[in-house]
Design a binder for this molecule. Structure first.
Ligand code: HEM
Ligand SMILES: [Cu+2]
Length: 635
C-alpha cells in the first residue's frame, strides 16, 4: 500500500548503503520494538499509559493517606510537593494524552477504512518519545528529587535559580526538559492523525461520513499542534531564567511573571479540551450502539466540537482572575468562559437525545458512558460557577477547584476511556471482558469517585487550600477528609477489579467474533483482532454508519430488517489483497529517540559532553532513518 511517507521516499528503490540490517519479522517479542503497525503501537501506548495511570494513582493514594487526619506525618512538605506535582503531571501528560492517543492510533485507520496511518515510523517515534520522556521524568526521583512546583510550574517559583533555594533539587529542570520532550512526541502524533484523516480515508468516506470519534480526535490533533509550541516556548524561558541568568519572569529585573501564566494557560486551557474531547469522542460511539439508534444530531455534535476547538483559545485568563488582570479582562474572560459552556451543553443534549427512546442495553460500556454524562455535567457546572469572577475569588486555589477538575478529568475522561476499554476490548484482543466483573468495577468506581471528590467542593468552600501538605485540627475538615480517603481506596479497588477482569479474560475468555455488540462503524467490519493490513479489501463507503447500513435496511413501515450477510459490500481494488504492501518494521525510530533523553540529561545537569553526545546521536539516527525506505523493496 502507499503511504504519504512512501510518496516521499519511493523515488529511491535501489538498495542503498544502510547502516543496519533491517528487521523483517512482524511477530514475536522483538517485533514490539520495531513495529510500525498502528494497532501494535496503539496497544503499546495503551499499556504504557495504563502503567502510568497506576503510578499516578499510587501517588494519589499517598496524598490521601497524608491528608487522612490533621497534622499528617506520612510525607514531609518537600515530599508532598513532589508527589502532587508528579501526580498531576503524570495524569495529564503520561496518562490522559497518551491513553487518548492509544485509542486514536488503534481506531482512526480502522474507522476510516485505511490500512495504517500516514507516517508509520513517525508514529512509532511518538511512542518512544512518550515512553522515554516518562522514564526521564521519573528518573528524577533517584537523581536528586522530582519536580515539585505543581503541574503548571508557575514562574518565578520554578524559574528562580536553584542556588537561591526556592525549590530544592533539579525538579524544575527535569520538568521543563521532560515536558518539552513529551511535547515533541505529541506534536508528531497530532500531525500524523491530521494527515491520515485528510489523506487516507476510504473511497466514499467524506468528512461528514466520518465517525464522530474520528472528528473529535481530529479537533484534538489540531489543538495539540497549536498548543504545544506555546508551552514549549514558556518552558524554554523558565529553563533559561533558571540556568542562564535571563530574566523573562524576574520582576526585579523588569521581567513579567504574568507572562508565564499567560503563555502557560494559552496552552493550558486548550490542553483541557485535548483531554476531554477524546472522552466525548468515545461516548459518542458507545451511546448509539447501546441505544440502537444513530447519534442524535450528528452534524451538531461535530460542529459543536469544532466550535469548542476554536473557543477554547479565548478563555485562558479564567485561570488568572485572582492575579490582578483588571475588571475589563475579568469580565471578558468570564463571559467567554460561559459562552464555551454552550457548545458543551449542546453535546450533552445530543447524547441524551441519542439515548432517549432507544432500545437501551445497560452493558458495561454503556454504564460508563452514562456515568460520563452525569459526572462530566457536574464538573461542567462547577466550572461555570468558577467563571463567575467574584465566586472564583473565593474558590480559586482551594479544594473546590480540585473537585471541579477531577469531575471533568476523572468523571469525564477516565470514565469514558474505561467505557472505551470495555467496548473495544473484544476488537483489539478478540475476547469480551467479563460483564459481571465489569459492572462491579463500574459501581465501585462511581461510588468511590463521588465519595472522594464531592466532599472536596465543601471543604474547598470552607477554605481548605489545595497543595498544602497538612491542615490543623479543629477546622471542621476531619470527617470530610476521612471520607475522601476512603473513597480513594474504593477507586483503587475498582481499578483492581478491572485488572482481575483483564487476567480473567485472558485466561478464560471466549473468542467473540468480529462484531459482538452489533455496532455501526467500520472497525467492526473486519476480524477481531484485525489482520495486519486491517481490511483484505478496502471498503467503499456509501453511508454514515457504513457498517450498520451493510447489516440493516428498513421495510416500508420503517422497521429494521436484517440484510443477508455479505450483501451490498462493495470494495475498492478487489484484486489488491494478493499483494498488500505494508510498511516495513524499523529500528530507527527507537535508535533515534534514545538521543533525546541523552540530550535531556545533558541540559538538566549542564553537562555539555552529554549534550554533544545527544546531538551527535540524533544526527546519526536521522541519517539512518532518512536513508531507509519506508517500505522495503521486494517485500
Ligand atoms: C484515585 C484517583 C485520584 C485521586 C484520589 C486524586 C487525588 C488528588 C488530590 C487530593 C489532589 C490535590 C493535591 C493537593 O492540591 O494538595 C490532586 C491533584 C491533581 N490531580 Fe488527582 N486524583 C486522582 C485522579 C486523577 C486523575 C485521573 C487526574 C487527571 C486525569 C488527576 C489530575 C490531577 C491534577 C492535574 C492535579 C493538580 C496537581 C497540582 O496541583 O499541581 N487526578 N489529585
Ligand atoms: Cu481553562
Amino acid at each position: 500500500m502507499t503511504t504519504v511517507e512512501d510518496a516521499l521516499t519511493h523515488v529511491e528503490t535501489k538498495p542503498v548503503n544502510r547502516m543496519l540490517q533491517r528487521p523483517r519479522s512482524t511477530t514475536g517479542a522483538w517485533s514490539w520494538f520495531t513495529t510500525v503497525d498502528h494497532k501494535k503501537i496503539g496497544i503499546l501506548y495503551g499499556v504504557t499509559a495504563l502503567a502510568f495511570f497506576l503510578i499516578g494513582g499510587i501517588e494519589a493514594l499517598l496524598i490521601r493517606v497524608q491528608l487522612w487526619g490533621p497534622n499528617g506525618t506520612v510525607l514531609t512538605a518537600n515530599q508532598y510537593n513532589q508527589v502532587f506535582t508528579m501526580h498531576g503531571t503524570t495524569m495529564i501528560f503520561l496518562m490522559g494524552m497518551p491513553l487518548s492517543i492509544a485509542f486514536g492510533n488503534y481506531l482512526i485507520p480502522l474507522m476510516i477504512g485505511a490500512r495504517d496511518v500516514a507516517f508509520p515510523r513517525i508514529n512509532m517515534f511518538g511512542y518512544w518519545v512518550f515512553l522515554l520522556g516518562g522514564l526521564f521524568l521519573y528518573s528524577s526521583f533517584v537523581l536528586g528529587g522530582a519536580p515539585n512546583g505543581g503541574w503548571f510550574g508557575y514562574a518565578p517559583l520554578t524559574s528562580t535559580p536553584m542556588s537561591k533555594g526556592f525549590l530544592p533539587g533539579h525538579g524544575p529542570d527535569f520538568w521543563t526538559i521532560g515536558l518539552i520532550m513529551l511535547g515533541i512526541g505529541s506534536v508528531t502524533s497530532a500531525l500524523n492523525f491530521i494527515v491520515t484523516v485528510i489523506n487516507m480515508r476510504a473511497p466514499g468516506m467524506s468528512m461528514l461520513r466520518m465517525p464522530v470519534f474520528v472528528w473529535m480526535m481530529t479537533v484534538v490533533a489540531f489543538l495539540t499542534l497549536f498548543a504545544m509550541p506555546i508551552v514549549t516556548a514558556a518552558l524554554m524561558m523558565v529553563y533559561l531564567d533558571r540556568n542562564f541568568g535571563t530574566n523573562f519572569f524576574n520582576a526585579s529585573m523588569h521581567g513579567d511573571p504574568l507572562l508565564y501564566q499567560n503563555l502557560f494557560w494559552l496552552f493550558g486551557h486548550p490542553e483541557v479540551y485535548i483531554l476531554i474531547l477524546p472522552g466525548m469522542a468515545v461516548v459518542s460511539e458507545i451511546l448509539p450502539v447501546f441505544s440502537r439508534k444513530p447519534l442524535f444530531g450528528y452534524s451538531v455534535v461535530v460542529f459543536s466540537g469544532i466550535a469548542i476547538g476554536f473557543l477554547g483559545w479565548g478563555v485562558w485568563a479564567h485561570h488568572m482572575f485572582a492575579t490582578g488582570i483588571g475588571p475589563v479582562a475579568q469580565s471578558a474572560f468570564g463571559v467567554s468562559t460561559m459562552i464555551i459552556a454552550v457548545p458543551t451543553g449542546v453535546k450533552i443534549f445530543n447524547w441524551l437525545g441519542t439515548v432517549w427512546g432507544g432500545a437501551v442495553r445497560l452493558a458495561t460500556p454503556m454504564l460508563y458512558a452514562l456515568g460520563f454524562i452525569a459526572m462530566f455535567t457536574l464538573g461542567g457546572l462547577s466550572g461555570v460557577m468558577s467563571a463567575i469572577v467574584p465566586a472564583d475569588t473565593q474558590q480559586t486555589d482551594s479544594y473546590f477547584v480540585v473537585a471541579h477538575f477531577h469531575y471533568v478529568l476523572f468523571g469525564g475522561l477516565v470514565f469514558a476511556l474505561f467505557g472505551g476499554f470495555y467496548y473495544w476490548w473484544p476488537k483489539v484482543f478478540g475476547k469480551m471482558l467479563d460483564e459481571r466483573l465489569g459492572k462491579t468495577s463500574f459501581w465501585i468506581m462511581l461510588i468511590g469517585f463521588n465519595l472522594t471528590f464531592f466532599p472536596m467542593h465543601i471543604v474547598g468552600l470552607e477554605g481548605m487550600p489545595r497543595r498544602t501538605y497538612t491542615y490543623g485540627a479543629g477546622l471542621g475538615w476531619d470527617l470530610l477528609n476521612k471520607l475522601e480517603t476512603v473513597g480513594a481506596f474504593l477507586i483503587a479497588t475498582s481499578v483492581l477489579v478491572f485488572i482481575v477482569n483483564i487476567v480473567h479474560t485472558k485466561l478464560r475468555g471466549e473468542p467473540c467474533g468480529e462484531d459482538p455488540w452489533d455496532a455501526r462503524t467500520l472497525e467492526w467490519a473486519t476480524s477481531s483482532p484485525p489482520p495486519e493490513f486491517n481490511f483484505a479489501e478496502i471498503p467503499i463507503v456509501t453511508n454514515r454508519d457504513e457498517w450498520w447500513h451493510r447489516k440493516y435496511t428498513e421495510d416500508e413501515d420503517g422497521r429494521l430488517v436484517r440484510l443477508p450477510a455479505g450483501a451490498a459490500t462493495a470494495t475498492a481494488e478487489p484484486e489488491a489483497h494478493h499483494h498488500i504492501h505494508m510498511p516495513s518494521p524499523s529500528y530507527w525510530p527507537l535508535l533515534f529517540t534514545i538521543g533525546l533523553p541523552i540530550l535531556g540529561y545533558g541540559f538538566v545537569f549542564k553537562n555539555w559532553w552529554l549534550v554533544g553526545l545527544g546531538a551527535v546521536w540524533l544526527m546519526f539516527g536521522m541519517t539512518g532513518w532518512a536513508t531507509e525506505p519506508s517500505t522495503e523493496p521486494g517485500t
